[in-house]
Design a protein around this ligand. Structure first.
Ligand code: GDP
Ligand code: MG
Length: 303
């Protein structure tokens, strides 16, 4: 496996965030929930699908950035999933793509690991000391950019929410509600509205356990669901997500996750949502966003 993405460091300097504008896509979720995989599949699909044209669009003129995205594509072609990423280290990847008869969309990925937002969850100590919850500095800067369009993908790890197993006790639910509260609050980031996609990642593992992603989120995310219903400031979409069937095996004493063929149906919906949420227009030839996503996925899967 190519390790270029490990040897080239694209951590963001705090100062470099000042005065940025453009489109930002924040992927939020616990470590190993599937954020990087989702990003990799997205880039892979934009690159390989003949309806879309992917242009890497690094903003700093550094070709190393394109090398990384190229590696994502090459690795996935061979079935390799991304390397585990670390908390506290912000990496930004810039992508541009266009569809048929549509203007190009530029956006930047920012990955937010659960560890980086735990600091906004009040603890006994912080309440006693009257501390205001605060996010990681760099992340805070990104979220406060006034000239930027921000969109969020909340990634839930469905393998941690087995219906008949030992479910994680609403850990993701608390994390998501804490961030949503912080984003909207006057003492937090003060966003007017949040446009977000909730993705039930690794859906292949639980697809026979839940009737739909609606049921999945209702059962495992009571607080998040309530928060979304309680305000008109959150525009939420929900979808299952899977890269395909993943098998873990040992290669040279290391556990390697490999996918046997990338499934198209979920990532197509993701691309639709992405284009629509930033531009307000539908991408030609892709699933309609305004149609119920789950019905659409089922229709695609039945083709
Ligand atoms: N079964 C299954 N496993 C997945 C899927 N996506 C990710 N995984 C597994 O979850 C691990 C962590 O994913 P990753 O994207 O690196 O998580 P991140 O830490 O949130 O970026 C991968 O190495 C895979 O083993 C999926 O769609 N299905
Ligand atoms: Mg990652």
């Amino acid at each position: 496996m190519d390790t270029a993405s490990e040897t080239i460091d694209f951590s963001v300097d705090r100062e470099a965030v000042d005065n940025r504008s453009g489109n930002f896509l924040f992927t939020v979720g616990n470590v190993s929930s599937g954020k990087s995989t989702l990003q990799n599949v997205l880039v892979y699909k934009l690159y390989t699908d003949n309806r879309t044209q992917l242009e890497y669009a690094n903003i700093d003129g550094d070709a190393g950035h394109d090398v990384i995205l190229d590696n994502w594509v090459q690795n996935l072609k061979k079935g390799y999933l991304p390397h585990r990423s670390q908390a506290g280290r912000f990496q930004e990847f810039n992508v541009r793509f266009r569809g048929k008869k549509r203007r190009a969309l530029d956006f930047s990925f920012i990955e937010i690991s659960g560890e980086d937002i735990r600091t906004i969850r009040p603890t006994v100590e912080s309440v006693q000391e009257g501390l205001t919850p605060k996010l990681h500095d760099t992340l805070d800067k990104y979220l406060r950019l006034t000239g930027a369009n921000k969109r969020f993908i909340f990634v839930s790890d469905a393998s941690k929410n087995r219906k008949h197993g030992n479910p994680a006790p609403f850990d993701e639910d608390m994390l998501f509600t804490a961030l949503i509260g912080h984003l909207l609050s006057n003492t937090g980031i003060r966003l007017n509205r949040i446009d977000t996609l909730f993705a039930a990642a690794k859906w292949d593992i639980v697809e026979n356990e839940y009737r739909s992603e609606k049921e999945y989120f209702a059962v495992n995310f009571p607080a998040t669901t309530k928060a979304v219903k309680a305000t008109s400031r959150i525009n939420a979409y929900y979808m299952p997500f899977s890269i395909g069937k993943v098998e873990e095996s040992e290669e040279n004493g290391e556990v390697i996750a490999k996918v046997n063929g990338v499934h198209d149906q979920y990532v197509e919906v993701l691309i639709s949502w992405l284009y629509y949420t930033f531009t307000g227009r539908e991408l030609q030839g892709f699933p309609k966003v305004r149609q119920n996503l789950w019905d659409r996925i089922k229709a695609l899967a039945a083709r």
